[in-house]
Design a protein around this ligand. Structure first.
Ligand code: SAH
Length: 236
């Protein structure tokens, strides 16, 4: 756990993550500097640890958000379309939007990020978090960011194909429908539960799935993680 990156301001937190190479790309750094975590993780916003946001969900640690952006960065060009499944607090959705949209009036094509969560209270929370900044309000009002209540295991075919899909909760399998909804080329970042071989849990691993321009698919297991599970919606 990269707790030593914890800080007392947003800028200091991002600088610390950058200094120890958890943030490598200048674009990721700029995008994270552009979102104040205090709008999304009110209790200890600049601590490099996951925090509860209620409803059994957590906002992931800043270094995990940095990893996700770094793995997806090649696919997060201005104009790209992105799906953020398990959007929770909405923090990463906002950072991803900073990477794929450009300033109003710019000649570059405008991208879009769709955040999905299956708990409607969290979808409302993400919207109200994003409304705390003028730039967040602009992203919502322009439709460049949309939050939707739905089961993310099915993806969101209305917005497909996606240049990048991020999954923020641990899946039981590498859902094929998510790979179908990737553009060619496109990339999926997804934590997946390992099969528990002899009765011991195998843990969770991030998988990177690339759909190449010719439509062929390459899957790679990259590192071990600990996410809340991607589940059925709780009964209300
Ligand atoms: N990226 C978010 C992570 C939130 S925790 C953040 O950093 O704030 C994981 C989220 O996945 C929770 O909000 C939970 O409600 C959501 N989730 C779990 N199963 C889901 C499903 N089947 N479909 C959509 N969202 C789901």
């Amino acid at each position: 756990m990269a707790w030593y990156c914890s800080a007392s301001t947003n800028t200091e937190l991002v600088e610390n993550l950058s200094r120890v190479d958890l943030i490598k790309s200048e674009r990721v750094k700029e995008a994270m500097l552009g979102v104040d975590r205090a709008h999304y993780a009110p209790s200890r916003p600049y601590s490099d640890s996951p925090q509860s946001i209620g409803h059994g969900a957590t906002i992931s640690a800043p270094h995990m958000h940095a990893h996700a952006c770094e793995y997806l960065i090649e696919y997060l060009k201005p104009g790209a379309h992105v799906l953020d499944i398990g959007s929770g607090s909405g923090y990463l959705t906002h950072v991803l939007a900073n990477l794929v949209t450009s300033l109003p009036g710019s000649s570059e094509e405008q991208g879009q990020v769709i955040g999905i969560d299956h708990i409607s209270n969290l979808v409302d929370l993400a919207r109200s978090n994003m409304n705390k900044s003028a730039q967040g309000r602009e992203l919502l009002n322009s439709g460049q960011v949309k939050f939707i209540t739905a089961d993310g295991r099915l993806g969101w075919k209305e917005g497909a194909p996606y240049d990048a899909i991020h999954v923020g909760a641990a899946a039981e399998t590498l859902h094929p429908v998510l790979i179908e909804q990737l553009r060619a080329p496109g990339r999926l970042f997804i934590p997946v539960e390992s099969e528990s071989g002899s009765g011991f849990s195998g843990g969770q691993y991030i998988w990177i799935v690339d759909k190449r321009a010719d439509g062929s698919v390459r899957k790679e297991k990259v590192f071990q993680v600990s996410y809340v599970p991607l589940t059925n919606a709780p009964r209300s």
